[in-house]
Design a protein. Structure first.
Length: 170
């Protein structure tokens, strides 16, 4: 895998760290996988073709690819709020949402992530793919879309299977 300009990849004591314009990320490398960083290339080698070793080889390669993309472009997840009176806003380091509960729900924004709200969309940005996806999942989990009216928090583009209510069953 090639390393773009402006990005440096280094390896020390079982950790692979990637530094770029959007920050620095580090990830442990499985002990069975050998990593070489030479001439703007990162190369991975495995000692055998056992299924577990092959899986770790793919994991290490994907983790480094995600770190390189994260420090150059970054990752974005967008959530959409649907429901009458449902809204969200960012106050300091917290995401405050009114989701039909008796109280507003406050969620602390993790370090290294940027959250913005426009109308009914929550945009989560960051360089670490795992942290962006996990925070988006945690926010969605507060009020997942329900199947009868579709109210709740969903990913942009997510299709919610709707059910017919009991009045239509007859």
């Amino acid at each position: 895998m090639s390393i773009p300009s402006g990005v440096t990849v280094s390896q020390q004591s079982g950790q692979l760290s990637v530094k770029g314009p959007k920050g620095t990320l580090a990830h442990p490398v499985p002990p069975t996988i050998k990593v070489e960083v030479t001439d703007g290339q990162v190369k991975f080698a495995r000692p055998d073709d056992e299924p577990r070793t092959r899986a770790l080889h793919g994991l290490a390669r994907a983790a480094v690819a995600n770190m390189i993309e994260g420090v150059t472009k970054g990752f974005v997840r967008e959530l959409e709020i649907q429901g009458v009176g449902y809204r969200a806003e960012v106050k300091g380091k917290k995401l405050v949402m009114a989701l039909g509960f008796s109280h507003p729900v406050e969620v602390a924004i993790p370090e290294g992530l940027a959250v913005s709200v426009q109308e009914n969309r929550i945009k989560i940005e960051g360089s670490d793919r795992g942290r962006v996806g996990q925070f988006a999942s945690n926010v969605r989990e507060i009020r997942p879309p329900e199947p009868y009216k579709g109210k709740g928090i969903r990913y942009v583009g997510e299709r919610v299977r709707r059910k017919v209510g009991k009045a239509a069953v007859g």
